[in-house]
Design a protein around this ligand. Structure first.
Ligand code: ZN
Length: 168
């Protein structure tokens, strides 16, 4: 998955640049989705479901649903995750009605292809919310807890990302 990781680092940086959001943290993830014509709705979902993305062929638009009962940092990660499906798997999404994400899907998923896709998309979400250059700029001044707040992510998401970037 190394090539895809590099690709995702470049893609997410480009997306942030295109939207003038590279060093503006926390990333305004709802506005970012809106910029691509994707509406985001908070919805009353089963507590096992974190979110979903669906394609409406009638108006050729995507929409993201996020579980309104999840904590804000979780919702932000879910929206970033669903955007990952949009940027990486648009054609797959267009061929199915709705893509639903359950909590801990990656670890419980048995289909290898789906599992890989979910891993890629989680990588995308971390890279989009915690840009490499943005984190390198501030890391020496803050603790993990402080950086979690600055980037609007959970401390576990922050820790995973810092490990990936070999900064922690
Ligand atoms: Zn997913």
């Amino acid at each position: 998955m190394n090539n895809i990781k590099e690709y995702i680092e470049e893609l997410t940086t480009q997306i942030l640049l295109d939207n003038d959001m590279l060093y503006k943290v926390p990333v305004n993830i709802v506005k970012l989705a809106n910029n691509y014509g994707i509406d985001v709705y908070e919805a009353e979902l089963d507590n096992k479901i974190s979110g979903a993305i669906r394609y409406n062929a009638e108006n050729d638009k995507f929409e993201i649903l996020v579980n309104k009962n999840n904590a804000e940092v979780r919702q932000r990660f879910t929206i970033a995750h669903e955007l990952g499906h949009y940027f990486l798997h648009e054609s797959i999404l267009k061929s199915s009605d709705v893509h639903i994400d359950t909590l801990y899907r990656t670890s419980s998923e048995t289909n290898i292809t789906t599992k890989e896709q979910e891993k890629e998309v989680d990588y995308f979400a971390g890279a989009l919310l915690i840009n490499k250059m943005a984190v390198e700029k501030i890391i020496s001044n803050y603790s993990i807890e402080e950086m979690s707040e600055i980037f609007g992510v959970s401390s576990s998401a922050m820790t995973v990302r810092l490990n990936i970037l070999e900064l922690f």
